[in-house]
Design a protein around this ligand. Sequence first.
Ligand SMILES: Cc1cc2nc3c(=O)[nH]c(=O)nc-3n(C[C@H](O)[C@H](O)[C@H](O)COP(=O)(O)OP(=O)(O)OC[C@H]3O[C@@H](n4cnc5c(N)ncnc54)[C@H](O)[C@@H]3O)c2cc1C
Length: 406
Amino acid sequence: MTERGTYLSTKNRSQCTGCEACVQICAPGAISMQTDSEGFRYPVIDKAKCVECGRCVERCPSGEMELFYQNEQHCFGGYSNDIEVLQKSTSGGAFSEIVKSWCDENYVVFGAVQNEQLVVEHTYITDIADLDILRRSKYSQSRIGTAFCDCKRFLDEGKKVLFSGTPCQIAGLKAYLGGKEYPRLLTIDVVCEGVPSPKYMQSYMTYLEEKHKSKIVSLDYRDKDTDRWDFEVMSVLFENGKTYKIDRWFNPFWDIWLNHIMSRPSCYECLYTSTNRVSDITIGDLWGVHIFCPDLYNDNRGSSLMLCNTEKGLAVLNNAKERMTMRELELDTVRNYSAPMRKRIPYNEHREEFMNDIDTMPFIALKKKWYRKPSIKLLISKYVYGSNRQKVNRYLRKQKRSNKKG
Ligand SMILES: Cc1cc2nc3c(=O)[nH]c(=O)nc-3n(C[C@H](O)[C@H](O)[C@H](O)COP(=O)(O)OP(=O)(O)OC[C@H]3O[C@@H](n4cnc5c(N)ncnc54)[C@H](O)[C@@H]3O)c2cc1C
């Protein structure tokens, strides 16, 4: 038993990230994931099957296993030169370009997909031609299923594996692998601000289906067709062929989630909210790009943050450079604009009340009570005068003029 204890011994929900390492390490299959009243999934032990080997507690990433890298880090900002990749990616398409760099032959790529029931789950592909299913952030916790077992099997078979996920999922994989380093494994984690209550998402989707009188076929949390990366446009496709798009400031998903009122309990106690990382490469949005490196703003088509935490990660990214517009940046500057690399999300004191309301209120009432309308000042700055795009364009024009004079 570790000093800190793990969820399976303490039953403290903030200690369980839901990575499912314990489920997969349990040889007798005594552990399964069950959904709690907030919609989050937790491991439950079937005492009749448990042989008390203790491996579930030993391999829990919330225990004391050392999973962080301690190497010199290199931080980059930039974007893919392939316009199609950019449009299909959440940020600057770093994920796709890293995949292309790593996967030459006999490879497997793991990542999160949205299935037909719109449930997010981990899966793998063995052909880069299928990469599109892994692209795009699904802002909902993915179910790991048997991904760690599958990953180990492929590594044991000598395959090259790329495994991507949230930091807590990568920590789960590394704990599952017993902390052993595999030269043919490349891990990528996304900068993460937590995962929302699946129950709320379900309630929102049911509301949208009723309002639009059609079933949702797919949901893109951040549609890039619009070239409005920093507007975080959600796009919902319905069975009747209609598409509904909504900008971040009017969207009750973005507003309520970013108020930190419905995150998984472990997200408030997250162990990965610093520049200490568990993966070879960390990727995220290059927020603040319009302020500290406007040349990488990419006319609002998206820009990526790429943090190499190991030599392996750096070598792979160096390989991707030829297909990207990118340059090295100061990690301290990037971190200043990336809250999840600096601090944990604050606990919202109304969380319990909100969670109760999901159960008792129709969505429309829930929205009325909890969604905070944007101020007129904010809307003017986004839609009329003062947007990031306008600021960057002004900067670039000024630079062009001074270059001409010089
Ligand atoms: C839940 C969540 C929260 C995030 N919060 C932040 C944040 O606060 N700040 C920030 O800078 N970036 C955040 N990101 C990362 C960001 O949204 C992009 O995923 C990242 O910048 C990669 O974009 P890309 O253009 O390189 O490629 P994309 O093709 O868009 O990236 C897809 C990658 O994301 C992974 N992925 C998608 N959905 C999930 C999921 N549900 N669980 C695990 N992995 C998933 C895929 O496996 C793939 O590796 C978050 C991502 C997720 C999934």
